[in-house]
Write a protein that binds this ligand. Structure first.
Ligand SMILES: [Zn+2]
Length: 257
């Protein structure tokens, strides 16, 4: 069966017997693995569509549950992402996260659109890349049905004194419930994180194009979200995370100079 869909390359695996497997996030079919003989280092149109940070149109053939790529064409390449080390690292992290979190063949065009919006905004940005990553992560949690509880204490349901965030309980807890907990994975939420989470959840992604969280706030929130995702999805350290840590180290080096 011949099919056609827009998509984004999430990952490429090494060639086996001259054939490569490309993991695509597609608009119509969700995340799918596609076999291809298109050499991505060549200068052809199809090869460009297999580059990272590219929105492409893919002609696929589905046979006995396997997808093969007939041809591909780049619709838009987000070149600026590949040219800036910070943009590159936060965007690589986003792609790896999508790859790890999304089940295969679960069609959710809204996640595809979210990813395209993320690329669009990242391409234009001059700073505050982590803000965009956070917005993507929070919207993704909502779409995947594991959004944290932020309106009421997850233990006693009260709506005031919500001063902590418990990874294990999956949301905010009040200062009274906190007293009885020895849990290591409880964070102080008094840095505006609940309002930020709600804001990212409610507003459309395009409104974040000019938004820039303070660096310290963004990295605090990123730590909470990272632990939350790791705990609820059972994720181990991601490859691109090592890159992110290097980026953060370099940033602090810059400051001390
Ligand atoms: Zn409580």
């Amino acid at each position: 069966m011949q099919i056609n869909t827009e998509g984004i390359v999430l990952r490429q695996s090494k060639a086996v017997g001259g054939k490569k497997v490309v993991t695509l996030l597609t608009k119509k079919y969700g995340k799918i693995a596609v076999g291809t003989t298109v050499a991505h280092k060549s200068k052809t149109k199809s090869a460009l569509a297999l580059s990272p940070f590219t929105l492409g149109n893919y002609q696929l053939f589905k046979n006995r549950g396997y997808y093969n790529m007939d041809s591909a064409e780049a619709i838009k390449s987000y070149f600026a992402i590949g040219e800036d080390v910070g943009k590159y690292m936060y965007s690589s992290y986003a792609l790896e996260l999508l790859d790890r979190l999304l089940p295969e063949e679960m069609s959710m065009s809204s996640i595809f659109t979210l990813t395209v919006n993320f690329f669009e905004a990242m391409e234009k940005r001059k700073s505050g890349y982590e803000t965009l990553l956070l917005a993507l992560e929070i919207k993704l949690l909502r779409k995947l049905g594991i959004f944290p509880r932020v309106e009421k204490c997850t233990c006693c349901e009260r709506t005031d004194n919500l001063e902590f965030f418990s990874i294990e309980d999956g949301g905010v807890i009040c200062s009274f419930c906190k007293v009885n907990k020895q849990d290591r994975l409880i964070y102080d939420a008094n840095f505006g994180m609940i309002d930020i989470i709600k804001y990212f959840d409610k507003k459309p992604f395009k409104e974040f194009e000019k938004l820039n969280l303070k660096e310290e706030t963004a990295s605090k929130l990123q730590k909470v979200i990272k632990d939350y995702i790791a705990f609820h999805f059972d994720l181990r350290e991601m490859k691109s995370e090592t890159l992110l840590n290097i980026a953060v180290d370099n940033k602090s080096d810059d400051k001390s100079q």
